[in-house]
Design a binder for this molecule. Structure first.
Ligand SMILES: NC(=O)C1=CN([C@@H]2O[C@H](COP(=O)(O)OP(=O)(O)OC[C@H]3O[C@@H](n4cnc5c(N)ncnc54)[C@H](O)[C@@H]3O)[C@@H](O)[C@H]2O)C=CC1
Ligand SMILES: CC(=O)C(=O)O
Ligand SMILES: [Mg+2]
Length: 629
């Protein structure tokens, strides 16, 4: 009955148009124009001879986020779009909101008011012509890394629901449970070398951005291509959308992700487990980099997968390696030998995935230098004071986070130092007089004037300040603040890029960028080319030591402890070679394509470097020829 009346309605509108045509058109010929039929044709399904990404890249067939779930399933689109199916009205509203936003100048700190506009232009080039995009990026890496990576990528993620145009990467959502094994085959590439995956729960220092966090996976993979020469056809950004606890996004009708609170416990784990199983079944040699998972899951997932899959956590392990290299650089910059590292007093602000990762690695490095035994490991603990949102962490802390427990200070000992449970950062700095103040707190301005004034009491000949939180506005202090308060005899590093500081006396205060971008591309490339079964602690240590040794004595004494980003392709090549060497020594290497493990074992240092260089993709147009299937 319902079908019958629908048919009647159609028929009456058809007749009405027919009448209109007859009266308004050529009265003599009474012929229907093809235009009149188009309206009716629109109700019939269109036949499409394409599937998967080819449909999304075809402006005639593409409906973007408006593809229904049935269409997504039938056309192999599942996972290629954010999970929220939108009406056309909402799609248009999302576009208009973004268009109007252009009128309000986008800002990410004072450094570049046009950053978002630059990102849009680069992103459009990325969609049109990958070779040209990477040529532009590599040739201008100093200028555009801050656009495709931190800090602008943070702003991009915050605005991703508006900026989203052509999808890039895959989305696995809580709604896809039971489907992932088939969904992975919707991705068109038979070879994937690198996946960067996030669940969007802690994007840089910006908190839970839900599905919009895909931007960070895309930005990290841009560096994999630009710095490590991973072939862009073989990278896959992934978003695991288990919901969001960001109330603003939950209420936003234009949000692209699942509008539900995050899954937790076994429900959460079952989604990530299914994703890991699916990608390793389709691409057994892939490497999965976990990125920007909240601390609560970062450590657990790392422990869960690291001995089974080729994976690592960039925030925990990549950051640790970069910090170790920086801390050793700071010792050398004092004119001392690296072996003096275990004497450094280090105050760390922030005990999340990054802070705890750094603390564990720094303690192990000290222990190795002190004799590599249990006693050395125990005594190294006394070099660290950890301050989180509740102040100094001691054994007196109630409900202490188990990951922070190994660094909790003894209450009596703290009493003797004039400190107590929960002491403020400024009190800790005043009492400890540290050599190093390292921030991974995500709190912009945490190293206030008061804190920096307190650091003047440091017993170091050249105190080091690492304001490592991202993006720019989350840096614990700026280089200007540090140099103006502490003078020029310091070492300064920040997570996001800042310009060097003109000290006004003809000298320059050098601002280093202490960011895991100096390690993760080389760790990934080295793992890939060695065919290592897992990413071992030894391989990560080798990467960190390589970065630490990269800077010359002269540079380090000038306060330059990290290379300029213009050298990122070169340092990545060296890091990858160090990782391969270690993988071979640990007997983890299973070879890569034509290079079998026996051959790999025979290579000397120079030959490994050559092997790496020869496998790095460079953006050049290939000659294309047509071949019939
Ligand atoms: N430069 C780099 O390469 C990297 C930088 N990061 C940055 O580190 C920051 C933290 O990342 P996660 O550890 O994953 O975050 P998280 O959210 O897990 O940890 C933040 C920690 O800071 C503490 N904190 C908050 N307020 C504080 C305060 N007022 N004083 C002292 N501590 C305070 C919290 O208690 C928590 O322990 C982010 O901004 C991130 O962008 C992370 C990885 C790499
Ligand atoms: C750099 C980075 O991985 C972060 O800020 O989370
Ligand atoms: Mg990160």
């Amino acid at each position: 009955m319902a079908m019958f009346s629908k048919h009647l309605r159609l028929s009456s509108s058809f007749l009405q148009r027919l009448r209109l045509h007859v009266t308004a058109g050529n009265p003599g010929r009474h012929k229907l124009s093809s235009r009149s039929f188009t309206t009716i044709e629109g109700h019939r399904p269109s036949i499409v001879h394409k599937r998967s990404l080819d449909i999304l890249h075809d402006p005639w067939f593409n409906k973007g986020t408006a593809f229904s779930m049935t269409e997504r399933d039938r056309l192999d689109l599942r996972g290629l779009l954010p999970p929220n199916v939108m009406s056309t009205d909402l799609q248009i509203e999302r576009f208009m909101v973004d268009l109007k936003r252009l009128e309000v100048q986008a800002r990410d700190g004072p450094s570049d008011p046009n950053a978002l506009a630059k990102w849009r232009i680069l992103n459009r080039l990325h969609d049109r012509n990958e070779v040209m995009y990477y040529k532009v990026l590599i040739a201008n890496i100093e200028e555009y890394a801050p656009v495709v990576y931190t800090p602008t990528v943070g702003l991009v993620c915050q605005n991703y629901s508006g900026l989203f145009r052509r999808p890039r990467g895959m989305y696995f959502s809580a709604e896809d449970r039971g489907e992932m094994m088939s969904m992975v085959y919707n991705w068109p590439a038979d070879q994937v070398d690198m996946i960067v995956v996030t669940d969007g729960s802690r994007i840089l220092g910006l908190g839970d951005l839900g599905v919009q966090g895909i931007g960070i996976a895309i930005g990290k993979l841009d560096l994999y291509v630009a710095a490590a020469g991973i072939n862009p056809q073989r990278v896959l950004p992934v978003m695991i959308d288990v919901g969001t606890n960001n109330e603003k996004l939950l209420k936003d009708s234009l949000y692209l992700g699942l509008q539900q609170h995050r899954l937790d416990g076994d429900d959460y784990l079952s989604v990530v487990d299914e994703f890991m199983e699916a990608v390793f079944i389709r691409w057994p040699n892939v490497i999965v980099q976990f990125e920007d998972f909240q601390s609560k899951w970062a450590f657990k997932l790392l422990q869960r997968y690291r001995n089974t899959y080729r994976m690592f956590n960039d925030d925990v392990q990549g950051t640790a390696g970069v910090a170790i290299a920086g801390l050793l650089g700071a010792v050398r910059a004092q004119g001392r030998s690296m072996i003096d590292f275990p004497k450094q007093k280090i105050v760390v602000a922030g005990a999340g995935s990054a802070g705890i990762g750094v603390l564990n690695a720094a303690r192990k490095t000290m222990a190795r230098m002190l004799g590599n035994n249990e006693e050395a490991f125990k005594s190294a603990k006394s070099q660290f004071w950890v301050v989180d949102a509740q102040g100094l962490i001691t054994e007196g802390r109630e409900n202490i986070d188990p990951d922070a427990l190994p660094f909790a200070r003894n209450l009596k000992e703290m009493g003797r130092q004039g400190l107590r449970e929960g002491a403020s950062l400024v009190e800790v700095v005043k009492q400890v007089k540290p050599d190093v103040l390292l921030g991974l707190s995500a709190v912009g301005g945490l190293f206030s004037k008061e804190v920096l004034e307190a650091l003047k009491g440091s017993t170091s000949t050249r105190p080091a300040i690492f304001a490592m939180s991202n993006p720019t506005k989350n840096a614990e202090c700026t280089p200007e603040e540090a140099f103006s308060i502490l003078g020029e005899n310091i070492i300064f590093a920040s997570g996001s890029p800042f310009s060097d500081v003109d000290l006004g006396n003809g000298n320059v205060g050098h601002c280093n960028q202490g960011n895991n971008m100096y390690l993760f591309p080389g760790i990934g490339l080295g793992t890939l080319l060695s065919g290592a079964r897992i990413v071992s602690d030894g391989m990560l240590q080798a990467a960190a030591e390589c970065l630490a040794a990269y800077m010359s004595e002269e540079e380090v004494l000038q306060g330059i402890i990290f290379p300029s980003i213009s050298r990122i392709r070169d340092i990545t090549k060296e890091v990858a070679a160090a990782v391969i060497k270690e993988a071979v020594e640990e007997d983890l290497a299973e070879g890569y394509h034509g290079m079998d493990p026996r051959e790999l074992r025979k290579l000397n240092q120079d030959e490994i470097a050559e092997y790496v260089k020869n496998h790095m993709w460079s953006p050049e147009y290939p000659t294309l020829v047509y071949k019939k299937d």
